[in-house]
Design a protein around this ligand. Structure first.
Ligand code: FE2
Length: 247
């Protein structure tokens, strides 16, 4: 089975992910050795973002060439992790103008919020994205205080048309017990739509998905695990419909 990772900070020097090209290629080797077949590179897009699309594209091309040179069985696609805050209208308008990358040039857009954001910003931001024709995928909802305070927000996020992506590290407790408990709730209730690595380095927050896939398969459901780690991310890459899991 191959894994498709839709959230990974593997491009060097653009954010707090890979620090150097050496780290990038080490991350790629680790991913391949754990059966990841495709990584969507998702550098942060913060309000004061330093890098434009051309900068990101040139790093992406350099890394893609290095992966081909090393004959690694790994495909790369491009996206960004788009930070939404009170200024969401200008971010959505920049997305409409094509100034930021959605996931593999599809309407699927990986978004993140400040952990302490107010839901009075979160929901209108999702509305604005949807109204502009984008399909939001909310990165790591289990890490947000507004979810810790009220698990019902998870259902509301879905009512607002968002898909939910859990970080693989959250599932086994890498971000603490509170985060793990929400990840468990999302898996038990079948609220999660994707698991991704959100890898930042070859040393901590690393790329492998395989062990967590096995864990989810064993503790929740084989079919659901395949859907989270493979079928749904593949649907995003192919710009096909992602369905919420209902069994
Ligand atoms: Fe991230």
């Amino acid at each position: 089975m191959l894994y498709y990772d839709i959230h990974c900070h593997i491009l060097p020097g653009l954010d707090d992910g890979a620090f150097s090209a050496d780290e990038t290629f080490r991350m790629a080797e680790i991913a391949v050795s754990h059966h990841t077949g495709v990584i969507v590179c998702t550098p942060h897009c913060l309000p004061n973002h330093l890098y434009n699309k051309e900068d990101i594209l040139s790093v992406f091309r350099m890394v893609s060439a290095g992966i081909a040179e090393r004959k690694l069985r790994l495909k790369l696609a491009l996206g960004q992790e788009i930070f939404l805050d009170q200024q969401f209208r200008s971010t959505v308008s920049a997305l409409e103008k094509g100034e930021h990358f959605t996931l593999n040039q599809t309407p699927y857009t990986l978004v993140e919020f400040d952990p302490y954001e107010d839901t009075r910003v979160v929901f209108p931001a999702l509305d604005a994205l949807r109204a502009a024709g984008f399909t939001p995928i909310v990165a790591h909802p289990e890490r947000y205080e507004f979810v810790w305070e009220d698990y019902g927000v998870l259902y509301q996020l879905k009512e607002y048309g968002a898909f939910l992506q859990i970080n693989k590290g959250s599932i086994k407790g890498a971000f603490g017990y509170d985060v793990q408990r929400i990840a468990d709730f999302m898996l038990e209730e079948r609220l999660a739509d994707f698991v991704a690595s959100d890898a930042h380095s070859p040393y901590r927050r690393t790329p492998p998905m395989q062990d967590v896939h096995e864990y989810v398969s064993l503790h929740y459901s084989h079919a659901y695990a395949d859907y989270l780690f493979s079928a749904n991310p593949l649907a995003v890459l192919r710009n096909q419909t992602v369905h919420s899991y209902n069994t």
